[in-house]
Ligand binder design. Structure first.
Ligand code: TIU
Length: 222
């Protein structure tokens, strides 16, 4: 057991690399590139692209420190049997889930748009979890995977802060994992939502978990 303690908000976070997962949420072309799902919903993808170098640095450090690295992808089967009509029909996007877009069918598992961006490509031995929901526990084996690997702490990065990241982090917290979100390795299409999410996570004595900057994390992972 090799406990590392470092400064975080609202107070110090301690973890053992052997029992810690680094989960990178949905850094997919569909959310980060023009012509994908995020853009079809009317969003500017540029702010999300700005975190790519930071996520990349954390990913390298997590790999070097021997953390269990997991990448998630929000995506659906080609027949949409795992996509509730309520999700597909919500709002007024220019392209709906399953529609043909410039990167193939929107959010469909084998389409180019659903791929993780090349800058953060998973290594062959890393877990890539396909998830049909916003949360990574819904209709997936994530809890079983984490327990099989003996994981008790999770460090999160990825997009978007208040949607897939927060949903997953809240559920992980309920399942007993100590969770920390890397503040500058997550982003939202809505800056105010990101700021509010970071605050609500660490309020009330880390009611959902901790946050820390990538600099704090990189020093701890060194
Ligand atoms: N990955 C994720 O957050 N999926 C979304 O649909 N996010 C939005 O902010 N739309």
């Amino acid at each position: 057991m090799r406990k590392t303690v470092f400064s975080a908000q609202p107070f110090a976070f301690s973890f053992d690399p052997a029992t810690t997962a680094f989960i990178v949420i949905d850094m997919q072309r569909d959310f980060l590139e023009p012509g994908g799902f995020g853009a079809a919903l009317g969003n500017d993808v540029a702010p999300l692209r700005a975190i790519i170098p930071t996520v990349s640095r954390l990913l390298s450090a997590a790999r070097t420190s021997g953390l269990c690295v997991i990448h998630t992808r929000e995506c659906h089967r080609p027949d949409l049997s795992d996509c509730p009509p309520s999700k597909r029909l919500r709002g007024d996007p220019s392209l709906r889930i399953g529609d043909e877009g410039p990167m193939g069918r929107i959010l469909i598992a084998d389409a180019q748009g659903a791929a993780i961006i090349p800058e953060l490509a998973p290594l062959p031995d890393e877990i890539v979890l396909e998830k049909p929901g916003k949360g990574a526990f819904h209709a997936t084996a994530l809890d079983e995977i984490l327990r099989t690997h003996g994981i008790s702490q999770i460090i999160f990065a990825g997009v978007t802060t208040e949607v897939c990241v927060q949903t997953t982090m809240r559920e992980a917290n309920d399942r007993g994992y100590d969770c920390l979100l890397a503040e500058d390795a997550t982003e939202s299409y809505f800056p105010a939502f990101k700021a509010a999410t970071l605050e609500m996570i660490r309020a009330q004595g880390a009611i959902v978990g901790w946050t820390a900057t990538s600099a704090q994390l990189l020093e701890a992972l060194d």
